[in-house]
Design a protein around this ligand. Structure first.
Ligand code: BGC
Length: 361
């Protein structure tokens, strides 16, 4: 038999196998460590639903947004409350890119652009979930060729591990059978008050970045790498989030309605401290460590209070922040940005650590 016929038959078998895959049941799993810190996950979107950490008054606070029922996660899927987003987290201009001479068109779900892998992206899928030890959960999924417009059958695995030092590791791996692009990140919303009753504007933030990627009004990078010096985006010195968030005379703040930008991390791809946040009223400090080149800090500017979370907690304007470690937005259309391309035989790897303590910085 000719080689292309064999390949054709194998692809057909792969497609049949994919379409016969049974959707796993939606479940929740909790892991904990010996300090009383615990984390809960659901396989709907491989998402984190609860993260309970110690506060300075001896109590424990749930520092991520969540809901009481799985149905509420379905209903609010476009808020991206805690899932793994992809295949390309963040935006791709007009949902279009060229890879190895071929043009691809992705689902458009944010104005004229593609956001967080599209309306049927990984955050809307039911993943396989397995508790592999008392402190570790494994999520896996096969994203078929053509899903949301992306090329290649891509196998993705995410490990959530709760460490003894009160940190949560998120380890990502992916392989593909055809050249593709990938940028996976966690879209947890944090509020270190432990409730959305209070705004995250009081959090003190430090980001290890001297540069950011300016965008157009649709939040698509222009391609420029600009200095944060002298702008409201300079968080090299710890500053309250609310202090400069409304300085709309600075165009990037006006475009985003607050913070919703990609910071170019000083350490590029070395696993290092990307950012730290501190809430004075609870004493909780969260450090973000990552090997990714960028950090999208989103200050909850599009939240309007219509979304109700766990125990009736109102998800109001600027009551949750996302600190998304990732490649730069729209990197597939900017050859000067770090490459998001994944080829057969390569392994996409990403490690991010959210580490909690009471040691104010
Ligand atoms: C983006 C925001 C978007 C939010 C929810 C964030 O990652 O940067 O612009 O509104 O996700 O989709």
């Amino acid at each position: 038999m000719k080689p292309f016929k064999i390949i054709g038959m194998l692809s057909l078998v792969a497609v049949i196998a994919l379409s016969c895959q049974r959707t796993p049941k939606v479940e929740m799993i909790t892991i904990s460590n010996h300090n009383g810190m615990s984390a809960t996950f659901t396989n709907y979107g491989a998402r984190i639903t609860s993260l309970i950490v110690p506060a300075s008054d001896g109590t424990f606070k749930d520092v991520v947004w969540g809901y009481d029922t799985v149905e509420e996660y379905y209903a609010s899927s476009d808020l991206y409350c805690g899932p793994i987003v992809g295949r390309y987290g963040n935006r791709i201009g007009k949902g279009r890119f060229v890879l190895e001479g071929k043009e691809y068109f992705l689902t458009i779900n944010d104005g004229e652009n593609h956001l967080h892998g599209g309306s049927g992206g990984l955050s809307t899928k039911v993943w396989n979930m397995e508790k592999i030890s008392d402190r570790e959960v494994k999520m896996s999924i096969l994203s078929p060729d053509g899903e949301e417009g992306y090329p290649g059958n891509v196998e993705i695995t995410v490990y959530y591990t709760l460490n003894y030092d009160n940190s949560l590791d998120i380890k990502y791996e992916a392989v593909t059978d055809a050249p593709t692009i990938i940028n996976l990140t966690s879209h947890a919303y944090f509020n270190l008050h432990g409730t959305s009753k209070y705004s995250t504007n009081s959090h003190i933030l430090r980001i290890n970045a001297a540069h950011f990627t300016p965008t157009d009004e649709g939040l698509i990078p222009t391609g420029e790498i600009a200095s944060v010096g002298g702008t409201p985006l300079d968080f090299r010195v710890p500053t309250a989030i609310g202090e400069r968030i409304d300085e709309v005379s600075f165009e990037p703040i006006a475009f985003a309605g607050g913070y919703d930008h990609n910071w170019v991390l000083d350490k590029e791809r070395e696993f290092s401290l990307a950012a730290e946040v501190f809430e004075p009223s609870t004493g909780i400090v969260m450090q973000v460590w990552s090997d990714q080149p960028g950090l999208q800090f989103y200050s909850g500017n599009f939240m309007d209070g219509k979304d109700i979370g766990r125990g009736g907690d109102i998800h109001g304007y600027r009551t949750g922040i996302a600190l998304e470690t990732q490649n730069y937005p729209d990197a597939p259309n900017h050859p000067d940005f770090p490459s998001p391309v994944l080829r057969p035989g390569e392994v996409y790897k990403h490690l991010t650590r959210y580490s909690f303590s009471l040691n104010a910085f």
